[in-house]
Write a protein that binds this ligand. Structure first.
Ligand code: 5GP
Length: 200
């Protein structure tokens, strides 16, 4: 039996916008020091509470296209008129060192990463308890911007259609309970990987 050093995993969290994914990602990062959150690049305008370099790297379309043409992105997608991407950066080196990553990306990006690094990913789809619940969360966040709420609701329904392509599905009825379930998934997946490493 050869014991290999443990390779990190990529936890992909996808959900419709407003299903509580960002809160969950931050909770995971705070509770588990082995996780790094991948900060995506986007051409979207920042929301009032968002900080450049922390929530996203906010860039112009020109800068985004320049990075894409230099093959700097691991995956990329266009979501409702805005571009989003994950920078390749040191991901491969860090995974090899045993560091885990958390990707908050949509189904299009998940499909791409699944093809490039199938055995590294653990995909989790977070569902809201109901469509009405999602709508009221979006109303709280986007306040009175009715057009934006309608756009996000349409986007949510499109995103939800892809839940079947994920390994795990978690319903976010209660954030603590949802967090607990994701913590269990991480534990199981780490154990599976360490068993696999021991028998290979
Ligand atoms: P929001 O604009 O609400 O922050 O995000 C809109 C959607 O884009 C969400 O579903 C989010 O998961 C997704 N997203 C954020 N960053 C990335 C990324 O780097 N790649 C892909 N493919 N999707 C992303």
């Amino acid at each position: 039996m050869i014991l290999k050093s443990k390779r990190g995993l990529i936890l992909i969290l996808s959900s419709p916008s407003g299903a509580g994914k960002t809160t969950l990602a931050k909770k995971i990062e705070l509770s588990d020091r082995n996780f790094k959150i991948s900060v995506s690049y986007t051409t979207r305008t920042p929301r009032t509470n968002e900080v450049d370099g922390v929530d996203y790297n906010f860039v112009t379309i020109e800068k985004f296209q320049e990075l894409a043409s230099q093959d700097k992105f691991l995956e990329q997608a266009k979501v409702f008129g805005n571009y989003y991407a994950t920078l390749k950066g040191p991901i491969e080196d860090n995974l090899a060192k045993g560091i885990d990553y958390l990707f908050d990306i949509d189904w299009q990006g998940t499909e791409q990463v699944k093809k490039i690094m199938p055995s590294d990913i653990v995909s989790v789809f977070i569902l809201p308890p109901s469509i009405d619940d999602l709508e009221s969360r979006l109303k709280k966040r986007e306040e009175k911007n009715k057009e934006l709420i309608n756009q996000r609701m349409k986007m949510a329904k499109d995103e939800i259609k892809h839940w079947k392509d994920y390994k795990y599905i978690v319903v976010n009825k209660d954030v603590e309970n949802c967090f607990e379930q994701i913590t269990k998934i991480i534990k199981i997946e780490r154990e599976l990987r360490s068993t696999f490493n021991q028998i290979n």
